[in-house]
Write a protein that binds this ligand. Structure first.
Ligand SMILES: [Zn+2]
Length: 564
């Protein structure tokens, strides 16, 4: 309990009002008025007007009181009822790898196998010099068992190797040339943490799961620094356009960090970035010196790498997630964890002792339990500190583990957009779990009701980076493209204020920046977003239709919609 109260006290202290500067001083640089300003302060207050000076918020209040901040040089923005919110935080996103993938053969959002194959064919046609056809974003649900065939890919890319990642990043699709280059044959055994899907005769069918992807991907030409930077610029453009100014990079490599630093040095890093460095799990504690070096090397006002990312397991759809009870219809198969519990505990304790924030990918209920066990072990070994370790995804949590988030002060980092009752859930997840366990898929409301702190993210490019998509689904539990109707798993729906907080102040809490950003309060940075409508005035099923008009980071424009 003590841990939780400490966490809440930090949160409350950070939200205490700060005395406004005297309006007798210089007028503000920028004044918003006639707005629907939802501040996300501790009282969840509303205001009409906000003044900004030197990149900071200097006034929040009524239109009448804002008048004294307006001088001849002040830019006045009349919102005429439009919404002003604190700019959004994405607590789990892959801006560099997602951006690079988007610039390659991009298969996201395609609704049929024909569309996927046509896209690959025309990409290959228009990139005759590419040694490999690479990219990704195909949906598992388009193919039986989530397993596309190398033969289909051979027909559209017959002349070169091709390797295309699934949208979730846990499977890849290879053609015959790629498998031949990698030497993957009938005789190749599955690697320890991966699976080579095979046809009836035992030949590799073309779909590779988890670590088996590396059998082929290690033959890809390494992406250059310029490609990393171009990918990051693309990722940042998408983020700014969706009103995001704080990003938790979910799996940074050294090359990714170099790209962030390169843009930062040019003044082009248009978001605050907190990077989780991907740990080389197999090296265990041996990886610590590298992690420490990267943390020390990349530290600026906009960028830090104080967190470490651990993949505890895979995904449920392909049974690579670690579950407590077997998957239905697959014998004794309970999936696999990437770390034995003892190794996980040792790694967590060492990282925690070293002051790292720990960020874990955990999907299955066994992986979630192992993670909480490891974080509890670290807390017992090193004592309670303000660590804000967090677990991302949390697709299935055993109800016995739900109160542990509050008890251990571990932040539950959900991707609310996934709780939409789509085919990933209805066709590939619920049948493998059965009805009893399926009650505990993405239990956001249950964790919050048990006093756990949640924060939200997109996992882009796995799914849409738009926080409004996530906010809508957190409330409706429906795919936004399907309009209003009955909710999937209604007991885990949350409210609009809670959903907004998860993308703002609680994201800031997760980033240790809640004194600087995450709400509209005097003294904080002017990280702000203007929306074309007040989200509280539209039906929940239309929240995703709201448009971002203007995004400001520390008072500076990072995105402006045409016509605003
Ligand atoms: Zn991720």
């Amino acid at each position: 309990m003590g841990r939780l109260f400490a966490a809440l006290a930090v949160l409350a202290a950070s939200l205490a009002p700060i005395a406004p500067s005297s309006p007798a001083g210089a007028p503000a640089d920028l004044v918003f008025r006639h707005g629907a300003v939802y501040t996300v302060d501790n009282a969840r207050s509303w205001a009409e007007a906000v003044a900004v000076s030197g990149g900071r918020i200097v006034f929040v209040g009524t239109d009448a009181a804002a008048a004294q901040w307006i001088g001849p040089q002040t830019k006045v923005v009349d919102l005429s009822g439009k919404m002003l919110l604190p700019a959004f935080h994405d607590s789990h996103v892959h801006p560099v790898s997602g951006g690079m993938e988007a610039l390659e053969c991009d298969l996201h959002g395609l609704a049929s196998t024909d569309a996927v194959l046509d896209t690959i064919r025309s990409y290959a046609w228009s990139h005759p010099d590419a040694a490999w056809i690479r990219g990704g974003g195909w949906d598992l649900t388009l193919f039986p068992e989530g397993s596309p065939s190398r033969l289909a890919l051979d027909r559209v890319v017959p002349d070169r190797p091709a390797l295309l990642a699934a949208s979730d990043g846990h499977s890849s699709w290879a053609n015959s040339k790629a498998l031949a280059i990698a030497g993957v044959t009938k005789a190749t055994p599955d690697p320890p943490h991966g699976r080579i899907e095979r046809d009836a005769s035992g030949q590799p069918s073309g779909t590779l799961r988890e670590e088996a992807v590396h059998l082929v991907s290690r033959h890809l030409p390494p992406r250059t620094a310029a490609e990393h930077e171009a990918g990051l610029r693309r990722g940042l453009e998408v983020a700014s356009g969706f009103g995001l100014t704080s990003l938790e990079e979910a799996d940074a490599s050294a090359a990714d960090l170099a790209a962030y630093a390169a843009l930062d040095a040019r003044g082009a890093l248009t978001a605050r970035v907190s990077a989780s460095i991907g740990v080389h799990t197999d090296e265990g504690l041996g990886d610590l010196p590298r992690l420490r070096d990267l943390r020390a090397k990349y530290r600026s006002k906009r960028l830090h790498a104080d967190a470490v990312k651990i993949f505890a397991d895979g995904v449920i759809e392909t049974r690579t997630a670690a579950v407590l009870e077997p998957y239905l219809g697959y014998g004794d198969d309970r999936g696999k964890t990437n770390l034995e519990p003892a190794a996980f505990r040792a790694l967590a304790a060492a990282l925690d002792k070293d002051g790292f924030q720990i960020h874990v990918h955990a999907i299955g209920d066994r992986a979630v339990r192992d993670t909480l066990d490891a974080l509890e072990f670290a807390q017992k070994a090193n004592g309670v500190r303000d660590s804000r370790h967090h677990v991302a995804h949390l697709e299935l949590i055993d109800p016995a583990d739900i109160p542990r988030f509050r008890r251990l002060g571990v932040v539950a980092n959900f991707q609310p957009f996934w709780a939409n009752g789509d085919e990933y859930i209805t066709k590939m997840t619920e049948p493998e779990l059965g009805p009893a366990r399926s009650q505990w898929i993405y239990p956001i409301a249950s964790v919050e009701a048990a006093g756990g702190i949640t924060a939200f993210g997109s996992d882009w490019s796995v799914s849409s980076m738009n926080p409004l998509d996530g906010i809508e689904v957190a409330i409706t539990h429906r795919d936004p493209s399907t309009g209003p109707g009955s909710a999937w798993l209604p007991k885990e729906q949350i409210t609009l204020p809670d959903a907004i907080a998860g993308y703002t102040i609680r994201g800031a809490y997760l980033d240790f920046t809640e004194k600087e950003t995450g709400s509209i309060e005097v003294g904080k940075a002017a990280d702000l977003v203007v929306l074309d409508r007040n989200l509280f005035d539209v039906p929940p099923s239309q929240i995703h239709e709201a448009k971002v008009l203007w995004t400001l980071l520390e008072g500076k424009e990072v995105y402006r919609a045409k016509g605003f």
